[in-house]
Design a protein around this ligand. Structure first.
Ligand SMILES: NC(=O)c1ccc[n+]([C@@H]2O[C@H](COP(=O)([O-])OP(=O)(O)OC[C@H]3O[C@@H](n4cnc5c(N)ncnc54)[C@H](OP(=O)(O)O)[C@@H]3O)[C@@H](O)[C@H]2O)c1
Length: 382
């Protein structure tokens, strides 16, 4: 296992961190999918015995089961061997005292005396400003002063400007971002990562395999990888990409089988800052290009078409469609588009007024495109 210094903690953190969002599951007697407790506990402990010293959970993972399971896995002396993180479910915070109540509930569920890190979960700009108006800074100060938490951070899903606004608002001990070789220009971006680094804020990576998609690439990407003399697997290329940046502290993987734990422990023997040479970097760029070639619609998400007078979320429709093709998972189109329909942003609301087409810098035939995507999504169950 490789380790790097972890900001203000004064400790070293393993480059592989355990994310407890995708633990193995089984069906219970009522036919519900629940965590396979024995297997999940064995996996977390095996990872710690293999050198992992950072564990990430959250209030909502596995329908609220993840924190309790993580607490159980850390019994028997494992708690003392890791830095433990959970997150404030900010969407449940209606008033300032909810933050204290939720943290207390989480400590109880995890059955631990303190957290090494407490993160404001899944911030976008609107959520962040709301928490700010509710006094998140005072809450974090209180929770540190009374010893419930040692360090504070946030996890993030918005764009670079939002990321910088949040970074600049508080002396964070860490920031957690979605980052991988396809997402270096989206979400916080590589530029945001470097900005945090300049401010001395270590960055924790989530979704380094894009939720598993980069582990199972489409055929043309597989061919490129098979032809590379390094012999790295798709997973190793993706982890090495994130691991090359010195601003990155730990890289979370939501491992769902013991084989994945073993594989990742093996890969992270070698994932250290600067672990890719210029040829490797060019190679990863070629992988990204191969993915991008699969894009079906040349939407750049500039948002010029928004707001649509009927509420159609045009860039979101194109993103869902492009990802279904880019990641070779067309079956994702039905559920993802279905969610958009539930939020009343799908193409069925389009009245063909043409306002979007008149302003689209890419001159896309939006009306026809979203109609076709709507039909295709329906064939996938939307
Ligand atoms: N704060 C937030 O808003 C937020 C959001 C997302 C994630 N997170 C945290 O970040 C963690 C990491 O994100 P993530 O789980 O999306 O990570 P990820 O590494 O991008 O995806 C995990 C998935 O990758 C696949 N995988 C992992 N190792 C593999 C291997 N060696 N070989 C083949 N496939 C492998 C598995 O997919 P299969 O099961 O399909 O095989 C696994 O479920 C989460 O677990 C969670 O703790 C936080």
């Amino acid at each position: 296992m490789q380790y790097v210094p972890f900001g203000k903690t004064g400790k070293s953190v393993s480059r592989l961190g355990f994310g407890t969002m995708r633990l193995p599951t089984v069906e219970n007697e009522e036919g519900q999918s629940v965590i396979n407790r024995d297997e999940a506990i064995a996996m977390i402990r095996r990872a710690i015995d293999g050198g992992v010293n950072y564990v990430d959970t959250a209030y909502g993972y596995h329908q609220g089961e993840s924190e309790a399971l993580t607490g159980l896995a850390l019994k028997g002396g494992y708690r003392e061997r890791v830095m433990l993180t959970t997150k404030l479910p900010q969407w449940l915070v209606k008033e300032a005292k909810d933050m204290d109540r939720l943290l207390d509930e989480q400590l109880k569920k995890l059955d631990v005396a303190y957290l090494d890190f407490y993160l404001l979960h899944a911030l976008d700009l609107a959520a962040f400003r709301r928490l700010k108006s509710l006094g998140y800074q005072d809450f974090l100060k209180r929770a540190r002063a009374d010893g419930r938490i040692r360090h504070a951070g946030f996890s993030f899903h918005d764009d670079k400007d939002a990321f910088i606004e949040i970074i600049d608002d508080y002396p964070w001990d860490m920031a957690q971002i979605q980052f991988n070789y396809l997402d270096d220009e989206t979400q916080a971006t590589l530029e945001g990562l470097k900005y945090a680094g300049k401010r001395g804020i270590p960055v924790v990576i989530m979704e380094p395999l894009r939720g598993g998609a980069l582990a199972n690439p489409p055929p043309e990407v597989q061919r490129l990888i098979a032809g590379n003399q390094r012999g790295y697997s798709p997973v190793e290329w993706a982890f090495r990409y994130c691991g090359q940046f010195p601003e990155v502290a730990t890289i979370l993987s939501g491992m769902s089988t013991m084989e994945q734990v073993e594989d990742n422990l093996r890969v992270f023997e070698r994932v250290s800052p600067g672990n890719l040479d210029t040829h490797d970097q060019a190679f990863i760029k070629s992988l990204k290009d191969a993915y991008l070639k699969r894009l079906k619609v040349a939407c750049t998400a500039c948002q010029y078409c928004q707001p649509c007078p009927e509420g159609v979320r045009i860039p979101d429709i194109f993103e869902i469609y492009n990802e279904a093709y880019m990641l070779d998972c067309r079956e994702s189109l039905g559920p993802r588009y279905g969610n958009l329909a539930k939020a009343e942003g799908d193409a069925s609301r389009c009245v063909a007024c043409g306002q979007c087409e008149a302003i689209c810098p890419q001159q896309l035939p939006i009306i026809e495109l979203i109609k076709d995507i709507h039909e295709e999504a329906r064939t996938h169950g939307a």
